[in-house]
Design a protein around this ligand. Structure first.
Ligand SMILES: Nc1ncnc2c1ncn2[C@@H]1O[C@H](COP(=O)(O)OP(=O)(O)O)[C@@H](O)[C@H]1O
Ligand code: SF4
Ligand SMILES: [Mg+2]
Length: 363
């Protein structure tokens, strides 16, 4: 929820430290998540961006024990309100899903039961975590379906998933995720398949949930326009690592890592639209992301980096370090507190970090 910026960072709701995921594959071990650390505060929205295959989905599936136990090795720590998700029993994890963590994936059919009406699925979700009479839960289901913009919710509640379009099914999944007012909502490309009007409706709904319940949100998306609209902070993933993170303004307006710059360059520059309305060429990062079974020895971005120059690039992974102070006269994280961007004296300043040797402004 945008608007908390410039305030001191709240106590984290979720605190992830050195998350690593290795998957056994026929082509050898796949190092899919490689030391990811981040936190999400109450009411805060952290957007996770990066190309397909960078480990975004696996990193959140790992938090809820949703990876195949036979092939996945997950290490690190993920404290949700002080309790480590990675060390919870399956039973405790089931309790936590719902009121603790709601999840929405891109493909609604992975979350819906095809043989139960959508109403029954919402009602069961509500009743599994609270002593709510059936009629009241059903009324709440209708209300939720209306809130996520499903037409004719009174009838829709008795429909089966296959009777609804993909977009409507996704709205049902979102209704289920919101039904227990979760402390943390994880949305993985949740609105990618929805049209922009419905997407805006869902985003409003999530913001309302955040305002009412202090819900923290992890919003995984390809859509940098959405990120600019909803996120407080951005985490850029590449090769299973965070290569840059910071407030949404810092990252989008002053990207420090060559990969982030490339991602942002991949947007068309709408100010450069020609006199006949022709859209300028997109600037993209050339080449492909590394396979997690075959990561580069040094900087994970080295094979595609247009500015690699430092001899260490090929042999060492640069750590995430604070981007130096004093862009636009603002202070960096190591400087004493002073006037923040919104003019509040003593306002905290969330760090902007990047994993590269060569960006300007690294301390
Ligand atoms: N069950 C699996 N077994 C083997 N490799 C997987 C599995 N799931 C994902 N991967 C691999 O892990 C990498 C990261 O996947 P994913 O987290 O889905 O990326 P993203 O969500 O960023 O697009 C990809 O290279 C993908 O092929
Ligand atoms: S460390 Fe080197 S290869 Fe990696 S992003 Fe920076 S300049 Fe490029
Ligand atoms: Mg994904």
């Amino acid at each position: 929820m945008r608007g908390g910026r410039g305030q001191p960072a709240p106590q984290p709701l979720l605190d992830v430290t050195d998350l690593r995921v290795r998957l056994r594959t026929p082509r050898g071990p796949a190092h899919v998540v490689n030391g990811l650390s981040y936190s999400v505060g109450p009411g805060e929205t952290v957007a996770v961006v990066g190309e397909s295959g960078s480990g975004k989905s696996v990193s959140v599936l790992a938090l809820l024990g949703l990876l195949p136990a036979r092939t996945a090795t997950v290490t690190g720590q993920a404290l949700l309100q002080g309790e480590d998700l990675l060390r919870m029993s399956p039973e405790r994890l089931r309790q936590v899903r719902g009121p603790g963590v709601g999840m929405v994936f891109q493909d609604p059919m992975t979350s819906l039961n095809p043989v139960l009406t959508v109403g029954r699925q919402i009602v069961e979700g509500i009743r599994a975590h609270g002593d709510v009479p059936k009629a009241q839960a059903r009324a709440r289901a209708v209300e939720l379906l209306a809130e996520v913009g499903l037409p004719d919710p009174v009838r829709a509640v008795d429909r089966y998933p296959h009777e609804l379009s993909g977009g409507m099914r996704q709205r049902v999944v979102i209704a289920i995720a919101l039904s227990n007012s979760p402390a943390l909502l994880i949305a993985d490309e949740a609105t990618t398949a929805l049209d922009v009007t419905v997407q805006a409706q869902i985003i409003d709904l999530v913001e309302k949930l955040q305002a009412d319940h202090g819900t923290g949100v992890i919003w995984i998306t390809h859509d940098l326009g959405v990120v600019a609209g909803i996120a407080d902070r951005v985490l850029v993933m590449y090769g299973g690592r965070c290569v840059e993170d910071g407030t949404v303004d810092d990252v989008l307006e002053h990207p420090a890592h060559p990969y982030t710059k490339g991602l942002l360059g991949a947007l068309p520059d709408l100010t450069a639209i020609g006199p006949d309305g022709e859209i300028p060429d997109l600037v993209t990062v050339t080449g492909l992301p590394p396979a997690p079974t075959d990561l580069p020895a040094g900087c994970v971005f080295w094979p595609r980096c247009p500015v690699r120059a430092d001899p260490r690039c090929e042999t060492e992974q640069p750590p995430l370090v604070p981007v130096a102070p004093l862009r636009n006269g603002r202070l960096g994280p190591d400087s004493p507190p002073a006037e923040g961007r919104d003019g509040q004296v003593g306002a905290g300043r969330l760090p902007h970090r990047a994993a590269t040797w060569c960006a300007e402004g690294l301390s």
